[in-house]
Design a protein around this ligand. Sequence first.
Ligand code: FES
Length: 171
Amino acid sequence: MGNEDRRCAADRRSFLNRLTLGLGALVGAAMSIPPLAYVLSPLVGRPPRKWRDVGMLEQFPIGETRLVQFQDSTSTAWAGATAKTGAWLRRTGEDEFIAFSVNCRHLGCPVRWVNDAKLFMCPCHGGVYYEDGEVAAGPPPEALARYPVRVVDGKIEIETSPIPLTTSDFA
Ligand code: FES
């Protein structure tokens, strides 16, 4: 192999190396767009909140805690069943309600209200919350989140927000 051939081979190798690096960088940049958009989206705009009708006043006896379902505020048209979320709604007075998020503050599993024990229980890692939503045991770092509730013309409405895992989600 002559000097000219060796130089051509080295140029070709160098070109292919640069092409491979360039394509790799391009693919890497393209793949990082969705996770970056997810992480940065809270800085761009606040997620939507909507008031959702969850039932009539007379459906909720005073002192009882019942599960209500409603559509998530951020759901898309094609979300189907995944657009549904829920809250534990307790009527505490004539026009007073508390709506606890069903999502555990640890990793978001749905908590269950156990009426006999007057506790919210999380099936995933043994998280337990008192009747007022404060942490009783297990890994949850803070109390269950609460949704704002209002009564309009005999209908109960909950102001939804994206699945709340931290206090700042309700700020
Ligand atoms: S998700 Fe509830 S305790 Fe871990």
